[in-house]
Design a protein around this ligand. Structure first.
Ligand code: HAM
Length: 425
């Protein structure tokens, strides 16, 4: 039997990891400058946490969760998203006690049993951001500014920001009724799934990718004609802040998002480059969720970036930098030199440089070949004679220049060389 990754799960190989690390490093740097702190919730939670927050009628909860029963038959689920977990942690640890506004981010894998395709996986990764305690709209604008700043720093072009307002419990029911009536009148043209959704959760019909349903949705009533004055004022203020920050946006009244906890602002950052999986990031306001999960009546807003999709955009057209090799490769010839080299490699590594050696006791030619393959910048050759004289041969692999150096003070010398080289590059 041949073992391979399971469907929808993938390895991120060393070649690709460079891009992932760059993304994570830039995100952390920018989040820090916006005052966000990292939180790391567990990957598994009580099933009910997700069904109560994301919504029973959503695709995620009704068919995509990886759920198992513990020994007492209680449902446990691998998280399909991070918002529910972060909100649970906010409530459980009373994170609001000393801070009126809590700004958090988390980075890690999520699990959804979807049909895999380009840009869609069963295990995927998100950079998730949550702000709890501020009713906005300034915090709405700030989180959008945050994600757009990250995309700008990563030099990503051709992204469009789509925004909408989903109303609140005061105004959405009236819209829901109107939409329900409209969908009922056009029920014959909807797919089987949407015929059911039209009854149970009509806003979900906006998300359907089936062509017939998209045609019906095009002429559906617009939520923006139904939102109340307070929601409309919030939405206008958000647009003003975005304009102030010179962030371009498209108002898209059909943007509803696939999770039920949103109220008022909803947004997505989309790309044309990834086929039908066009959302690189999505989020919105979830006032009411914290209370619904047993916490205080605090508002919240956040978003999540799909890392696989973002990495695909970052890698597109960008030339891979050649991997950097070790600062030095130590060649020890003979048993005594081999032993010494083992100790020096450890010392050099402790000084912060990358040092490598041969793991066997092969000859000079074979060891030089390994140093070459690893793209070592320098090679230090030490045999019996060098040990006796206290001087080794240091070869610069780029210029091929060789010089004799004292083995005493070797680490300091290599450090000086590495720093000088860093200054030059
Ligand atoms: P979401 O729209 O379900 O929102 O996911 C956010 C992003 O995760 C998507 O825009 C997409 O880039 C990525 N994503 C989702 N599913 C997959 C998949 N199967 N394969 C690859 N990438 C995927 C949320 O998860 C909300 N929790 C966001 C949020 C945070 N709202 C408020 N706070």
């Amino acid at each position: 039997m041949e073992f391979t990754t399971i469907k929808g799960f993938k390895d991120i190989l060393p070649d690709e990891v460079q891009t992932w690390q760059r993304l994570e490093a830039e995100a952390r740097r920018i989040f820090f400058s916006f005052g966000y702190q990292e939180i790391r919730p567990p990957l598994m939670e009580m099933t009910e946490l997700f069904s109560r927050s994301i919504g029973e009628e959503t695709d995620i909860v009704s068919k995509e969760m990886y759920t198992l029963a513990d020994s007492k038959g209680k449902g446990l689920t691998l998280r399909p998203e991070a918002t529910a977990s972060v909100v649970r942690a906010y409530i459980q640890h009373r994170l609001y006690q000393n801070n009126p506004v809590v700004k958090l981010f988390t980075i890690g894998p999520m699990f959804r049993h979807e049909r895999p395709q380009k840009g869609r996986f069963r295990q995927f990764h998100q950079i998730d951001v949550e702000v709890m305690g501020d009713p906005g709209p300034r915090s709405d604008a700030e989180v959008i500014l945050l994600v757009m700043t990250l995309f700008r720093v990563l030099d990503l072009a051709d992204l469009s920001l789509h925004i909408n307002s989903l109303g609140c419990p005061a105004c959405r029911p009236a819209f829901r009724e109107q939409l329900k009536n409209y969908l009922a009148r056009n029920s014959g043209s909807l797919c089987a799934d949407c015929q059911r959704r039209a009854e149970t959760n009509p806003l979900r019909v906006f998300d359907c990718k089936v062509e017939g349903c998209r045609d019906i949705v095009r002429d559906a009533p617009s939520i923006l004609s139904y939102i109340c004055e307070a929601c409309a004022a919030h939405f206008t203020a958000l647009q003003n802040y975005l304009e102030e920050s010179k962030i371009a946006f498209v108002i898209d009244a059909t943007l509803v998002r696939g999770l039920d906890y949103y109220a008022r602002t909803a947004f997505e950052v989309q790309t044309e480059k990834l086929g039908s999986q066009n959302a690189v990031a999505g989020g919105g306001r979830y006032d009411g969720l914290i209370r619904q999960l047993g916490g205080p009546d605090h508002p919240g807003i956040g978003f999540a970036i799909g890392m696989e999709r973002l990495v695909a955009l970052m890698e597109e057209g960008s030339e891979k930098k050649p991997a950097q090799g070790p600062d030095v490769f130590l060649v020890g010839l003979g048993e005594a030199a081999g032993k010494k080299v083992f100790g020096w490699v450890d010392e050099i590594r402790r000084s912060g440089l990358w040092a490598e050696m041969d793991y066997g006791s092969r000859g000079l030619k074979a060891q030089m070949k390994t140093a070459d393959r690893l793209q070592a910048r320098k090679v230090l050759i030490v045999g019996e004679n060098e040990l006796a004289s206290g001087r080794g041969v240091l070869r610069d692999m780029a210029t091929k220049a060789q010089e004799e150096i004292a083995l005493q003070g070797l680490v300091e010398r290599l450090k000086r060389d590495a720093e000088a080289e860093k200054l030059r590059s």
